[in-house]
Design a binder for this molecule. Sequence first.
Ligand code: UDP
Length: 481
Amino acid sequence: MGSKHQQLHIYFFPVMAYGHMIPMVDMATLFSGHGAKATIITTPLNAPLISKTIDMDTKLGSDISIRLIKFSSSEVGLPEGCENLTSVTSPEMVLKFYKAIDLLQEPFEHLLREDHPDCLVADLFFPWATEVAGKLGIPRLVFHGTGVFPLCVYHNLMCHKPFENIESDSEPFIVPGLPDTIKMTRQELPDHLREGTQNHITTLLEKVKKSVETSYGVLVNSFHELEPAYSEYYREIIGRKTWHIGPVSLCNRNNELKGKRGNKSSIDEQECLNWLDSKKPKSVLYVCFGSLANFSAAQLLEIARGLEASEQQFIWVVRKEKQEEEEWLPEGFEKRMEGKGLIIRGWAPQVLILEHEAVGGFVTHCGWNSLLEGVTAGVPMVTWPHFADQFSNEKFETDVLRVGVRVGAQGWSRWAEDNKASVKKEDIEKAVTQLMVGEEAGLMRNRAGALQDMARRAVEDGGSSYSDLNALLEELRSIRS
Ligand code: UDP
């Protein structure tokens, strides 16, 4: 398996957003751990976000490298340096960003011709990747950045359109055809579904659908036991070939690797662990909303008040730099919270924190990676979705896995101005208290603990994800030969 002439070469091409780049780097590590050579394709300003992890991996024996392609920010009217979705701050910029993504096709094809890898794992946002790889006889696998539950929900929303003929945006309807009764409301859906409009996004999504259907299959950062009914549904009913190979975050075997995923931590990792070491098991709440969710100052203020009122210990990650005047914090908040609450301004070593035994709950925006990292750490969650697949992920956590308490977020909020202060202090206090010390807290923790065990078993030798990965590699070897 390891000899160079037989070694498989896999290309990984994530869209430029943390929620896609981080798990793809983990996947590269995983494939490399199974004897393959991995190449990650990204743009110059995104490379430094992953190069530290890759350097560390390489020192540990992984065969991973990066190849760069130019991102045409200025050609599409984006500010110079805007190469990652975290720097996109308006709907107009989103459209420009997708245009720039389209312009990657030619330089990408050039690289593919040069290296001719055995397989391409490319993000769903590159719908042209199936055709480009197909021209060269290279199988293309799609990476959606989510599990299959949200894919099944979305598929059935599109097929049956149960949101039409509903009186109001807040009236619940059942998503038909699924293994469980999943209720949603129209305000939890993206604009293009809610309004039925045809625009640039719908055109892109149609292309994505076609490219998924004609691709070799779908690679999923999840494990079979987490969503068995949906794995089968996706394979059998929707008819996609899939490999569940997660949770991929578990490929980071030491604290240094866990602490260096994604951006540079805004806190010294050891200082953070020391703070947690001083706390009792399961006594700290971790509050973090991923890399894209935006909050208004008014909403942050409600969070601060809610956390204080809950009387729980917490680590709260806020994507803001320290400023002299912080209008989003109640007066004297940090002084009062000294020893009890820690604010990380910027980027937190999330997996390291979640895996610490002192952490007993997670307030999350329900991004798939965060959901899976919470599950993998055996931590129940307060769910606070904002946009994208996060509302369906919330249903998965609360109604299917039953390890989540809803905070009560009602509808899409993509930008800070959508998010004035829609979730009140009282809602936050109530959900947090229920999660940490409520009647159901013990039961939820037990369920989360059982999922944690399953997650870890899945990636061990002989586990479901381990076997799926081996089966895929075997298949790719046979295609090559
Ligand atoms: N993350 C992190 N520290 C932070 C914020 C995010 O390590 O302060 C990581 C998190 O562990 C996850 C990813 O960034 O792997 C975020 O992905 P997710 O799907 O949860 O949300 P998104 O950012 O795509 O909305």
